[in-house]
Ligand binder design. Structure first.
Ligand SMILES: [Zn+2]
Length: 456
């Protein structure tokens, strides 16, 4: 009898069975994994490092065996996966970034050993270069994503199982909706903020989770006295700079505590504040963070540098020593809250800068530095290049802002941009956002291409 292997292999039933078994295996494995993964970041520092060593060994061996580009990278660097020891050997691996993957066919950089059912994602084009990537399997598990976003609840004493039934309202680009998770698209908020505000009042979330600038807008509406009062227990902010004044303003007006978090689109949430609100505690079960110089050589704890991340959970498309584009400081000393997982402080994205005809390129951190002394009285700011000879600093002043500060800010910015650039200080009530919902710290309004936002 004629036997057609291809027909058997690709028959719809076989495909469905394969998909079903994969999903079943994933369901079981995800639950078993979560049971011990969630405890890792609360272990003593030495235990966390031991755990990361073994996860890194496993990831590297998998990557070199099953992902062609990683075999090439290891060979090129004269490294062998079998003798790779973990954290101590990590800096020997060449750093990677979007550029490592853009322009290649997917087969070169994804796991070729099995069928993958995870959905591809694309990062926003506003960060400069649109980038399509394949997240790890856990990215689609509610257990993992909830715990990544809201584990501070557990630190504050809530039983783990109750995270799932804590009411969360999220204003984001995309998210899921369920009884305990209200998702409101950013576009809804952009078109009718008051309607969204009233929806939130009616829903009554425990946690309000959205971009910092949207939290600020909602806090303003809550403080206006003309709308019903919106009260939440926690506001979780992300994606933008959170100044001390903004934090205070949001907490006062929404009657809440603000928990800031840090993440990238490729890795998801990387770290979260604890009740000390002093840096982001790294999710060490999911990610290894290094702070390096511009040659990707690790710097001692406490130094300022590039942030590289290794995703310990993404076996679909291994991201190892991946340049996040962010800069910051890593500290390994234990926190007053008792957690020994390291903390990072993010100081911004290197790609956001403005240059003027005078020839000088000014990084947004320099603007940040120039405004540093005023941030207790500024809720938000934006630096806009209007022309080669003019820069506009838009500030959302706090109630404590004094008129004299305007001249001082002007002076401080003038020192930075030089005599040839006219400086205009413009108090505004809010900073306009990008179509995807984030506001930008620096904008080049002479350019046709949008410049990069602060952080994802
Ligand atoms: Zn802490």
């Amino acid at each position: 009898m004629y036997y057609n292997e291809k027909v058997v292999r690709d028959s719809p039933l076989a495909v469905r069975m394969s998909s079903f078994l994969y999903r079943l295996e994933r369901w079981v494995r995800t639950r078993v994994r979560f049971a011990y993964y969630h405890a890792v970041h609360r272990l003593p520092a030495t235990a966390i490092r031991t755990w990361q060593d073994s996860r890194l060994q496993d990831l590297v061996r998998h990557a070199v065996r099953n992902v062609p580009i990683w075999a090439t990278i290891f060979e090129g660097a004269g490294l062998r996966a079998r003798s790779f020891r973990g954290l101590i050997d990590l800096p020997k691996i060449p750093a990677t970034g979007k550029e490592t993957f853009i322009g290649r066919i997917a087969e070169e950089y994804i796991d070729s050993s099995r069928n993958i059912f995870t959905r591809w994602k694309t990062t926003s084009g506003t960060s400069g270069k649109p980038f399509t990537f394949l997240p790890g399997r856990n990215a689609s598990s509610g257990h993992f994503t909830d715990f990544a976003c809201y584990r501070f609840l557990v630190w504050n004493g809530l039983p783990l199982r109750k995270i799932a039934t804590t009411k969360v309202a999220r204003i984001k680009i995309r998210a899921i909706s369920s009884t305990y998770r209200a998702f409101i698209p950013v576009s809804d908020f952009q078109s009718d903020p008051e309607k969204v505000y009233r929806q939130l009042v009616e829903y009554g979330p425990t946690i309000l989770d959205t971009y910092t600038s949207i939290l600020l807008d909602l806090a303003k509406m809550a403080g206006s006295g003309t709308l019903p009062l919106l009260r939440v227990q926690y506001a979780v902010s992300f994606g933008e700079m959170l100044s001390p004044a903004s934090r205070h303003f949001i907490e006062q007006n929404l009657g809440c505590r603000v928990y800031d978090r840090y993440g990238t689109e490729e890795m998801g949430v990387i770290g979260l504040e604890c009740s000390q609100h002093n840096g982001f505690h790294i999710h060490s079960e999911s990610v290894v963070i290094e702070v390096t110089d511009d040659s990707f050589v690790p710097l001692p704890p406490g130094s300022y540098g590039r942030i590289l991340a290794t995703d310990l959970l993404n076996y679909n498309m291994p991201l190892i020593r991946y340049d996040t584009g962010d800069h910051g400081i890593l500290d390994t000393t234990p926190c007053a809250c008792g957690l020994e997982t390291p903390r990072i402080w993010i100081e911004g994205r290197y790609s956001a800068s403005l240059s003027f005809a005078s020839g000088r390129r000014i990084h947004h951190l320099e603007f940040d530095g120039a405004l540093d002394g005023f941030m207790n009285a500024i809720l938000q700011y934006q630096v806009a290049k209007k022309s080669e000879e003019e820069v506009e600093i838009r500030i959302v002043p706090d109630a404590t802002f004094e008129s004299g500060m305007r001249d001082k800010i002007k002076e401080s910015i003038r020192e930075l941009v030089g005599e040839t650039v006219a400086v205009r200080i413009l108090p505004v009530t809010s900073i306009s956002r990008m179509p995807r919902g984030k506001s930008q710290i620096v904008v080049d309004e002479t350019a046709t291409e949008p410049t990069a936002p602060l952080s994802s």
